[in-house]
Design a protein around this ligand. Structure first.
Ligand code: ATP
Ligand code: MG
Ligand code: MG
Length: 281
């Protein structure tokens, strides 16, 4: 039967990236809103994209965590490939940063902790997200973070070579190994989260350029301008954490999201006044 049409009522289009369109819909039976991600019609004859879409739903569905968007259902109906998931009422982190210019250190740490928890859970389940960027991080109206879009996620058991041709949009958040088209692993997600944290506190990404290639090359070889050179009041403890995430050499980066989480939680405890005052002397 026509499951999609029988069960869901489309309310509006809420987003769309390179690969798919996302709609807000109402599940008639359960009387709740859901988000339905549908593979763009130009890709329905493209086996590579169909496989990617299938992998996305499998990767995301194997995870159950408060900071990861919940998957309810997947299916194919005629030429419609769809994923039904939890609807997050709110905005993307990209929109939040754009609105505010940059975020406070408290808010940055708070958001980073929630993303690190999501990554820690995914990595424990041997899934590397590989596309961590503010557009893929949803901020609910009550301040909860939900990571979405496991579109290029891979099982972490075998390191995988990046195929940059379809994911060019994320190059600002690419780790050097991703930019090289080399092997990615859990530490690649940590690098991307470091870039996201950099953007939250400074309002800008560290590497920009005229073409994706020029940005990729900067991730590989250009020294990063430290966040405090843009915003002097950024606490040293937070800058240290960001810089350890974006080390070009994987062996100098945090070993795990868990380890990063510990430092973030320490920095959160520090926040009450101590470092704000230092900058006023
Ligand atoms: P990309 O080009 O980043 O790969 P995509 O085509 O894979 O994008 P998504 O990132 O999954 O698509 O979704 C696109 C947009 O739709 C998101 O940036 C967000 O604005 C919105 N969106 C996605 N999932 C949800 C959800 N569960 N609830 C609310 N909005 C969502
Ligand atoms: Mg996306
Ligand atoms: Mg995607």
């Amino acid at each position: 039967g026509r499951l999609l049409g029988d069960r869901y009522e489309i309310v509006e289009k809420i987003g769309g990236g390179g690969m798919a369109l996302v709609y807000k819909a109402k599940c008639k039976l359960l009387n709740r809103y859901v988000a339905i991600k549908v593979l763009r019609t130009e890709f329905i004859n493209n086996e590579e994209f169909i496989n990617k879409f299938r992998r996305e739903s499998q990767a995301a569905a194997s995870l159950s965590h408060p900071n990861i968007v919940n998957i309810y259902d997947v299916g194919v109906e005629g030429d419609i490939y769809y994923i039904v998931m939890e609807y997050v009422k709110g905005k993307t982190l990209k929109e939040l940063i754009r609105e505010k210019g940059r975020l406070s250190y408290e808010e940055t740490i708070d958001i980073a902790i929630q993303i690190a928890r999501a990554l820690s859970h995914a990595h424990k389940n041997h899934i590397v997200h590989r596309d961590i960027k503010p557009h893929n991080i949803l901020v609910s109206d009550d301040g909860r973070i939900k990571v979405t879009d496991f579109g290029i996620a891979k099982a972490a058991t075998t390191s995988t070579v990046t195929n940059t041709s379809n994911v060019i949009g994320s190059v600002h958040y690419f780790s050097p190994e991703q930019a090289r088209g080399g092997y990615t692993n859990e530490k690649s997600d940590i690098y991307s989260l470091g870039i996201v944290m950099y953007e939250m506190v400074t309002g800008r990404v560290p590497f920009e350029g005229d073409s994706p290639i020029s940005v990729a090359i900067k991730h590989i070889q250009e020294d990063i301008v430290t966040p405090r050179q843009f915003v002097k009041t950024i606490p040293e403890s937070l800058e240290k954490i960001i810089l350890k995430c974006v080390e070009k050499d994987q062996s100098l980066r945090y070993d795990s999201a868990e380890e990063l989480l510990k430092d973030l939680e320490k920095a959160k405890e520090l926040k009450d006044g101590s470092y704000v005052e230092i900058n006023n002397y």
